[in-house]
Design a protein around this ligand. Structure first.
Ligand code: 2RA
Length: 329
């Protein structure tokens, strides 16, 4: 098994290496790939020193799997080249997610749809992954009609420069502005670019990706995505209307029995999911479960996950592991 990590020096790339190690993902050879400016630098992993290589050299090495976290333009240009060389690409960017010929995979939900000829596999957006993982078992049981979601997203979703902006503001230091406004002691209802319809690209990703992952265009979704000055992960307030009525205890039981989901729901004892507790965890945490008393068959949920873990690195490594376990690579 020859594994390549493309974008190995970024926030997500670093997290992918951590998860590869933690999950004991087996490989015989590891290729750490980054932009030209990092080529030749050394990076130690599992007690071994690796020299970072460029994309051309990585394609020529014909890795079995290449996990990409290098931005959409790099994925658009290079994922097909790796695929042509016989590599299976698991891509964290949005480049391929809505391509009708590509699978958009959260392993617990739809890895079973993967086939041997899937050479470029898209990892959904972090804010989508945590929401659909928690909603999937409820969709199976009660049938989702409509989702209203508001997110509270960590600055790590933007990358290292955004973390630096927040920490500089917090310590009173000058530094580069990644966001159009201050982020510390503030919130920005603005993630990615605004579209003609007044939604941001991030909001449209949640809307479109949710429908694709559930394979059901009839599900109505609306989203407001907000950046907040935290590090540990993304939080989401989800209001979901079902076709069928539900029993709250049954909802708790179903969620508690869902792989990758942890229910933390005991408000009387101040127990509910928080990003500070989700940091560096692979699970999706669900709490504040309560019936929406303003309309029938509708549930309110609070969903928190580390966006660099299940929202990116963990999901991607789980896809890679599924490929290996099912001889799809
Ligand atoms: C964000 N979900 O949080 C987007 C991309 N990682 O910025």
């Amino acid at each position: 098994m020859k594994l390549a990590i493309v974008g190995a020096t970024g926030l997500v790339g670093t997290e992918i290496l951590e998860v590869v190690d933690l999950h004991k993902f087996k490989f015989d050879e590891l290729l750490l790939v980054a932009s030209e400016r990092s080529v030749g630098n050394k990076l130690s992993f599992q007690g071994k020193e690796h020299t970072i290589i460029g994309l051309k050299e990585a394609v020529a090495a014909k890795p079995d799997i290449a996990i990409f976290s290098a931005g959409g333009s790099t994925s658009l240009e290079w994922a097909p080249k790796f695929a042509e060389a016989g590599t299976v690409v698991v891509d964290n960017s949005s480049a391929w997610r809505m391509d009708p010929t590509k699978k958009l995979v959260v392993p617990e939900i739809n890895a079973k749809d993967l086939r041997i000829d899937d050479r470029i596999i898209a990892n959904p957006n972090c804010s989508t992954i945590q929401m659909v993982l928690a909603l999937a078992p409820l969709h199976d049981k009660y049938g989702i009609k409509r989702i209203v979601v508001s997110t509270y997203q960590s600055v790590t979703g933007t990358g290292k420069a955004a973390v630096d902006q927040m920490m500089n503001e917090r310590s009173g230091k000058d530094g580069d502005m990644v966001y159009p406004h201050k982020i510390d002691l503030n919130v920005l209802p603005h993630i990615d670019v605004f579209q003609e319809n007044g939604y941001t690209k991030e909001e449209m990703k949640m809307i479109k990706e949710t429908k694709k992952i559930f394979g059901d265009d009839s599900i109505q979704v609306t989203a407001t995505t907000v950046r907040i000055p935290v590090m540990g992960g993304h939080s989401e307030s989800v209001n979901v209307e079902f076709s069928e009525d539900f029993d709250l205890d049954e909802v708790r039981t179903v969620l508690s029995g869902t792989p990758g989901v942890v229910v933390q729901d005991d408000p009387a004892n101040n127990v509910y999911p928080m990003p500070i507790n989700a940091h560096k965890r692979d699970e999706v945490f669900v709490g504040r479960l309560r019936r929406d008393e303003s309309q029938p068959n509708t549930l309110n949920m609070w969903i928190v996950a580390d966006n660099l873990r299940k929202g990116a690195a963990t999901n991607a490594v789980q896809i890679a592991q599924y490929l290996v376990d099912h001889s799809l690579v």
